[in-house]
Design a protein around this ligand. Structure first.
Ligand SMILES: NC(=O)c1ccc[n+]([C@@H]2O[C@H](COP(=O)([O-])OP(=O)(O)OC[C@H]3O[C@@H](n4cnc5c(N)ncnc54)[C@H](OP(=O)(O)O)[C@@H]3O)[C@@H](O)[C@H]2O)c1
Length: 254
């Protein structure tokens, strides 16, 4: 399979996408919180799920790229909605040859179908992130499934994501975090200026669908103009018609 790096110029063939990726990038290691990247896939018409699942989107190369990102991170995070949507793994294959990242699931309700939906790769640790405001009944139920980390609550009673990220670095040594969605968690992180980079795969597909079924990269209110980031394009790769875009967020947001 031919992989081309199209941007920055000059374009050239490379052996793999993001092969030289270093997370966090040199120079960011002394930041208070982890370096946070979102990795997501959409169709050309901007849809991020097909019949409620993301599994049908993206090629084998996209899955390889997802594992490359995981292999560079200390932890992989998803919102509970993504886990409820389908059976998935947040780990690496033994052939990847690096330790498993910590798998973090963020929830408010505690509806986290770990046993049914999470495929746990050998040796991978799981952590459920829950706010201090969660009822003790929910905490007790979740503790039977996996270790729970309590984080300060925001004004709505949900996890204060900024403070949770600081605690993940201070208490769990998470210096680099890959967030694999879904659109609700990605929106929450971006609207609080907590994201450093976005990795977006555009799969060469058109899915269509009614507006109310059309899930895009972010689920939540329109970002107010003052919080709407202008992204910097870092790189473009192309493999078999699929495009891999890497953007950074403005530095003064984090
Ligand atoms: N194309 C892609 O790359 C991609 C990636 C991932 C998911 N998806 C698709 O996205 C869909 C799911 O969307 P979604 O928006 O429901 O997914 P999500 O972002 O994974 O889940 C949203 C849920 O995350 C939890 N959450 C988010 N922020 C929180 C906070 N600050 N504090 C506590 N909990 C918080 C809440 O869980 P509780 O409801 O439990 O409180 C919330 O309802 C599925 O169809 C899935 O296939 C697509």
């Amino acid at each position: 399979m031919k992989v081309l790096r199209l941007y920055p110029p000059p374009g050239r063939e490379v052996s793999a996408i993001y092969e030289d990726l270093d997370l966090p990038p040199t120079g960011r290691r002394d930041a208070a919180g982890p370096y946070v990247v979102i990795n997501t896939v959409s169709s050309v018409d901007g849809r991020t799920a097909l019949e409620g699942k993301a599994a049908g989107l993206g090629s084998r190369i996209d899955r390889r790229t997802m594992r490359t990102l995981r292999s560079r991170a200390d932890a992989v995070m998803i919102g509970a909605g993504t886990l409820r949507a389908e059976r998935l793994s947040l780990g690496l294959d033994p052939a990847d040859g690096v330790p498993q990242p910590l798998a973090i699931i963020v929830t408010n309700t505690g509806d986290v179908p770990l046993e049914e939906h999470l495929i746990v790769k050998g040796g991978q640790e799981i952590l459920i992130l829950l706010s201090d405001a969660a009822p003790s009944r929910v905490v007790e139920q979740l503790r039977k499934l996996a270790p729970v980390m309590r984080a300060p609550a925001d004004s709505t009673g949900a996890v204060d994501l900024g403070r949770a990220l600081l605690a993940l670095k201070a208490e769990r040594g998470v210096q680099s975090l890959v967030v694999e969605g879904g659109p609700g968690l990605s929106h929450a992180l971006i609207s609080h200026s907590l994201v450093d980079e976005l990795f977006l795969t555009v799969a060469p597909e058109l899915l269509g669908g009614a507006a109310e079924q059309t899930l895009t990269l972010l689920r939540g209110p329109t970002l107010p103009a003052r919080d709407r980031p202008t992204l910097d394009l870092l790189s473009i790769h192309l493999a078999d018609g699929e495009i891999f875009l890497r953007y950074s967020f403005p530095k003064d947001r984090t």
